[in-house]
Design a protein around this ligand. Sequence first.
Ligand SMILES: NC(=O)c1ccc[n+]([C@@H]2O[C@H](COP(=O)([O-])OP(=O)(O)OC[C@H]3O[C@@H](n4cnc5c(N)ncnc54)[C@H](O)[C@@H]3O)[C@@H](O)[C@H]2O)c1
Length: 256
Amino acid sequence: MSNKRLLGKTAVITGGGSGIGRAISLLFAKEGAFVHILELNTERADMLTDEIQASGGQAQAHVCDVSNQQSVLEVMARINTVDILVNNAGIAHVGDVEHTNETDFDRIYTVNVKGAYNMLYAVVPRMKKQGAGAILNMASIAALVGITDRFAYSTSKGAIYAMTLSIARDYLHHGIRCNSISPARVHTPFVDGFIAKNYPGQEAEMFEKLSKTQPIGRMAQPDEIASMALFLCSDEAGFITGNDYPVDGGFVKLNN
Ligand SMILES: NC(=O)c1ccc[n+]([C@@H]2O[C@H](COP(=O)([O-])OP(=O)(O)OC[C@H]3O[C@@H](n4cnc5c(N)ncnc54)[C@H](O)[C@@H]3O)[C@@H](O)[C@H]2O)c1
């Protein structure tokens, strides 16, 4: 008998082509799930799908902008069962409220908050019909503690934290579990990208500085977030819903 933890499950992972989403897609496929990767970046999603299939896993890439409800509904119409939804796609912005203009704020809100809502709007009814489902939202330590210069991003992740509770409460008696993970800094293209954009010429110094903000002394690797995601989306976590799990190298509780 196989001991794969997601055998026979179908998972939908947004932003699955890079960083944390990529690590989750690879691990879920390795554990037997059929993985649907919803991505803005087709090239990355196609490459990952090829990689998963080459190692004997099952995956399909879908071009999708999660911030656009029509795009989400069109993609989801092509997918039948959804046992697991991982709302992972997200973008960053650096700035306090005085350095966050309306365009910045709308962009962050539309992808990080409305994107998760669009996915839930499409997926929850079918999980309800199935009487089962596991949903995982990617929040952030920015939802839990005050982080300098992350006004719009923190606001969006606070919304994800609350959205998790709302879904968990409303669908408690429909067999749907909903949890979130709050990573501290994870070494992904997301982090490299915002360092390059916001601190040009000081990349190495900023990388070191950001690494040290985790009391453990480094950033997480994407795999370390994926292993928590696997547990929370597996049947082993059947008694867990409505909770947030910081995977943070001590960031929230030990930074004193
Ligand atoms: N990296 C970190 O330090 C960190 C820390 C805490 C939380 N997070 C959260 O984890 C999630 C993943 O972050 P990451 O570091 O892996 O990022 P990443 O930039 O490496 O990957 C994000 C992926 O999402 C895709 N994406 C962006 N907008 C999209 C859209 N509108 N529709 C579909 N796909 C879209 C991108 O193409 C990209 O492939 C994000 O929600 C982020 O806020 C990251």
